[in-house]
Design a binder for this molecule. Structure first.
Ligand SMILES: [Fe+2]
Length: 485
């Protein structure tokens, strides 16, 4: 089997490093103080067994602590239930996105009716709820950890019992209303999208509204505007009864879903004042993991997304395909959707040929508002993995980019300068694999020019991960206002 040049970014990392001072090339802005916390899949084998999908690997936490032109680095496995069960049994014990527990026939018979817990392998994102920092995946069981030591503290306990088996790893935080907004999907004979809020500083999910659904869609994230919550149902849907019993059967989570392009992609618009479903409208089928932003304009909503023509990208992300460098069938791009508040038809328009995957914006200032800049990853050469960072001006279509030979960058996290006057005044932080040097480095770009100002080599290869957040002030007890998104 041939191997992709970036395959070393998809191999297990076992090494844990504590408080390593990274050698820095370049100079950091004097205001850059705080902590970048990231998570990602890092362990792809348990005993003789292997996870199958990029989204499955057991989570590692990564911390980059910025202070006085220095970066201190620590990484540590998340001791989730999934991780501990795997270590204890020497097997893949809990099902993940694209991998089911692999059991012998005898074990299958003996354990047929044992209810295995859902995964809590928080390898997708880091966020904060109440006073705790948590690692999250797409089940409603965050895992809390100490941001300074990366020690796992255990499953986060909500102060309620809101039902639901699946959620998003991309909750929103509304800085005006001072609350988290998210949803859970409830599978059963009557399935529903249950949208909830959490007031800052509390652990109580308050049900805001429920939208009944017959065949729930796979939704990785969702956009909000100032007045509306938008749930976008790409036509990758599931018979809910298949997932209601997923703990007992052998098909991995995502392989229960089917692509139904004839349904188009549906947009549900929910009024944030009263929870009313204002409109449901439909456009041509597409698939997206990530919505960049949404805002109101001339009586309709504008929704920007990192879009793919269909959901085959999920198949492309099986480790076997990624490691061998199989060409992806379709390249994604940044699209704008005009979603009417009244009327049934959604119009799509490309904003850029670039993919702009793992999109980030100046969240605190621009989320839900008209905005100008999005940062993301693009695949310019291989069409199958991110080899370039881009900054797209969504007003003009102008692009700035960063790339380097044999380098594969990850999510570009925007950190605003204090009291920034311009939307793009700040820095971009991205982990980059240099495949020829066999090293990962943290890249720091000046966000306005998109030029490199510094980089710091990490003592090992960090497997490609997904998301992270910058916390401005880590020396005080954590709270949501420190979360700099
Ligand atoms: Fe994501």
């Amino acid at each position: 089997m041939s191997l992709a040049p970036y395959h070393i970014g998809l191999e297990t990392l076992n090494q844990e490093v504590a408080e390593a001072n990274l050698a820095l090339q370049g100079v950091l802005p004097s205001w850059l103080t705080g902590m970048l916390l990231r998570t990602g899949p890092a362990k792809f084998e348990v005993g003789e067994q292997s996870y199958r999908h990029w989204f499955d690997g057991l989570a590692m936490l990564y911390q980059f602590w910025f202070k006085e032109n220095q970066i201190r680095y620590t990484n540590r496995f998340l001791q989730s239930g999934s991780y501990l069960d795997a270590l204890e049994t020497g097997r893949i014990y809990r099902g993940e996105f694209g991998t089911s527990p692999q059991r012998s026939l005898l074990t299958q018979l003996l354990t047929m009716f044992i209810d295995r817990p859902l995964t809590d392998n928080g390898n997708v994102n880091v966020t904060a709820i109440a006073d705790q920092v948590v690692a999250v995946t797409e089940t409603p069981t965050p895992v809390a950890f100490d941001p300074t030591t990366l020690q796992t503290l255990g499953n986060f306990e909500y102060a309620d019992d809101l039902a639901g088996q699946v959620t998003t790893a991309h909750p929103h935080f509304d800085f005006k209303r001072n609350q988290i907004i998210s949803y859970q999907i409830q599978f059963g004979r009557r399935s529903a999208y249950a949208i909830y809020s959490i007031e800052a500083g509390t652990k109580q999910r308050s049900l805001f509204t429920q939208i009944p659904v017959q065949q729930p869609a796979y939704m990785h994230s969702f956009p909000i505007s100032e007045k509306y919550i938008i749930l976008v149902e790409c036509p990758l849907t599931v018979n809910p009864l298949r997932l209601a019993t997923i703990r007992f059967h052998k098909t991995p989570f995502i392989e229960n879903y089917r692509w139904h392009p004839e349904q188009g992609t549906r947009f549900h618009i929910i009024d944030r004042e009263n929870g009313n479903l204002v409109n449901t409208c439909e456009g041509d089928p597409f698939f997206a993991f990530h919505y960049v932003n949404a805002f109101e304009q001339d009586g309709s909503l504008v929704v920007d997304a990192s879009s793919y023509p269909d959901a085959s990208i999920i198949h492309d992300f099986y480790l076997e395909n990624l490691r061998s460098g199989t060409e992806t069938s379709h390249k994604g791009q940044l699209n704008r959707y005009y979603v009417p508040l009244q009327g049934k038809s959604v119009r799509a328009e490309p904003l850029s040929d670039a993919l702009v995957e793992f999109p980030r914006i100046h969240y605190k200032r621009c989320n839900g508002q008209p905005y100008q800049f999005v940062y993301g990853g693009n695949s310019q050469q291989s069409h199958n993995f991110i080899d370039q960072l881009v900054k797209v001006d969504v007003k003009t279509g102008a692009i700035k980019s960063w790339q380097q030979q044999s380098c594969y960058p990850g999510e570009p996290v925007f950190v605003a300068a204090p009291n920034a006057s311009a939307e793009d005044e700040g820095v971009i932080l991205s982990l980059v694999l240099d495949a020829s040097q066999r090293k990962t480095f943290l890249l720091v770009l000046e966000a306005q020019s998109f030029e490199e100002i510094a980089r710091a080599e990490v003592p090992h290869i960090i497997p490609f991960g997904f998301h992270g957040q910058f916390f401005e002030d880590i020396t005080e007890p954590m709270s949501n206002h420190h979360l700099h998104r």
